[in-house]
Ligand binder design. Structure first.
Ligand code: NAD
Length: 511
């Protein structure tokens, strides 16, 4: 480890009492807690605390997934939830909000230990999820269709909103509780039932959420959870014709494969796939604020965010002073023990992922990148998965090479390029050089944003979120939209009802 980092490395405390016990979980099928039929389990070691097993859940398989789908199908076809009024649906979702708020400490700790993210961040995320559920609870009461009272004197058209059916939800490991909370409340909020398959690395909080939802009054069979490895469980959700909608969040590779399987059954698919993007800084920026945003944008969640800003596009005139500020912040970033009170940058999710990222950085350096900061996998030999904050420059705009992009970009390195070849840059520079007006900064930013083919943009901010604004991707970042009302639409069907008032015109002449 380079000496200049020793002050801000928070060494893991393996005797922390919060690591003392392993939590054992069971899957949730039809309101009952069950083991896998095979009896096999998956154990999870804290990625930030070598040798500490902190969770164990069933390694479910296809037969378990089929049972869960049967339960969800029955709950949809004959159960109470789809038939409840909006008010009743909403009341139960509000009760789930109260349960989440009562369990912030417990859920935050589980999330921290399974993902490796800092504890305070994890608790903040649980609080945010209560808000996601709360917004969904309110909106589920106000879901409406439409009327068309202008289609002719004796005609009336109604658009009936109906629940879409059984929804299969597959989630990744980086934000397990946030991603399940973006999707689940909207599906039962619209009257659907769900089968959720969380990541095999981070299943604890999803199981606890299903248990809390049951306690809060969500009927049995509405919220089922199957844990296990992806191909064994996830594929069943994509292929089984009893599942009406598949909502997948994860890698482009798996997402496109599952979408292909679902397409064979003409199944609706919503997908949130690889993301990431540039952080663009114009010459008139407040450099301290910009540096802070850049560092947060790339290092939050150890860079394991689909919305991280991993590329930096800076106007030449401010490039040097801005890079110095970002470097300074990067050097000071407290990283290490996820349970450490000061830690802002925790562990990578697994050794495999850590080594993959490190190998991409090494390959980038071989290809000519200048590494300004960072170098080693800290503490990896002892089994803790920490990576120094990294910052490279002088990379070709295409680095890392395209075949490494899909998973390799799920990482903390920040790359600053001189993007002469990027089509965005001439446009951004052109806008930035327009004569100043009273609203010049915002105007440039908004005009640039309008040109971006991206589902989420920020101005003077980064990695911000609220249930009022949609999330979803352009191009290979996915299909469909979550949050806001769009999230409910993903889990609704819209039926056109045509009515003739009185006696309609004969369609065929009667002789
Ligand atoms: P992943 O695709 O490996 O796994 C995601 C989920 O799919 C997991 O539950 C996994 O068990 C399951 N899965 C894996 N293989 C499967 C298969 N063959 N059939 C069915 N299911 C399978 O992704 P990950 O490594 O868990 O997460 C990281 C990825 O998620 C990154 O690429 C990141 O960009 C993406 N992500 C996107 C968003 C977004 O909103 N766009 C949010 C978070 C993460």
């Amino acid at each position: 480890m380079q000496s200049r980092f020793q002050d801000n490395f928070v060494a893991p405390n393996l005797s922390d009492p919060r690591l003392a016990s392993k939590r054992a979980y069971r899957m949730m099928i039809d309101g009952r807690s069950v083991d896998a039929q095979s009896g096999e389990t998956i154990t999870r070691e804290s990625p930030g605390h070598r040798g500490k097993v902190i969770g164990e859940w069933p390694a479910g398989g296809a037969a378990d997934a089929e049972l869960a789908i049967t339960a969800a199908r029955r709950a949809f076809d004959t159960g109470a939830r789809p038939r409840m009024s909006g008010a009743e649906r909403s009341t139960i979702l509000h009760a789930v909000v109260a349960k989440i708020l009562d369990h912030v400490d417990e859920l935050g700790l589980i999330e921290c230990l399974e993902t490796g993210k800092p504890l305070e961040q994890a608790k903040g995320e649980i609080g945010y999820c209560a808000d996601l559920w709360s917004y969904a609870a309110g909106m589920s009461r106000g879901l409406e269709g439409a009327t068309h009272n202008n289609i002719g004197e004796n005609r009336l058209g109604l658009v009936l909103r109906e629940p879409a059916g059984v929804v299969g939800i597959i989630t990744p490991w980086n934000f397990p509780f946030i991603i399940v909370s973006e999707r689940v409340p909207r599906a039962p909020g619209a009257g659907c039932t769900v089968v959720v398959k969380p990541s095999e690395f981070t299943s604890g909080t999803t199981i606890r959420l299903a248990e809390l939802a049951l306690e809060a009054g969500l009927p049995a069979g509405v919220f089922n959870v199957i844990t296990g490895y992806g191909p064994a469980v996830g594929q069943v959700l994509a292929e089984d014709p009893r599942v009406d909608v598949l909502a997948f969040t994860g890698s482009v590779r798996v997402g496109t494969a599952l979408a292909g399987l679902a397409a064979a059954g003409v199944k609706r698919v919503g997908s949130e796939l690889g993301g990431k993007g540039p952080q663009i800084v114009f010459a008139d920026a407040d450099l301290d604020a910009a540096a802070d945003g850049i560092a947060y944008g790339v290092y939050h969640n150890a860079g394991q965010c689909c919305i991280s800003g991993s590329r930096l596009l800076v106007e030449n005139s401010i490039r040097q002073p801005l890079l110095e500020r970002v470097l300074e912040l990067s050097r000071k970033l407290p990283f290490g023990d996820p349970l450490g009170a000061a830690t802002r940058f925790g562990a990578m999710v697994s050794r495999n992922h850590l080594e993959k990222v490190a190998s991409y950085v090494a390959a980038g350096v071989n290809e000519g990148a200048e590494l300004l900061l960072g170098g080693d996998m800290v503490d990896a030999k002892s089994g803790n998965f920490f990576l120094l904050p990294r910052f490279s420059t002088r990379c070709a705009p295409t680095w890392p090479s395209p075949e490494r992009k899909s998973s390799g970009r799920f990482w903390p390195p920040l790359v600053s390029t001189r993007p002469r070849k990027l089509s965005l840059w001439p446009m951004a520079r052109h806008l930035a050089s327009r004569p100043a007006s009273g609203r010049a900064d915002l105007e440039n930013a908004i005009q640039t944003t309008r040109k971006l083919r991206a589902g989420r943009c920020w101005i003077n901010s980064v990695i911000d979120g609220t249930p009022e604004l949609p999330i979803g991707g352009y191009k290979k970042s996915g299909t469909g939209r979550e949050l806001r009302r769009f999230g409910f639409d993903e889990y609704s069907q819209f039926k056109g009802l045509h009515m003739i008032l009185g006696r309609g015109q004969p369609r065929f002449q009667h002789s």
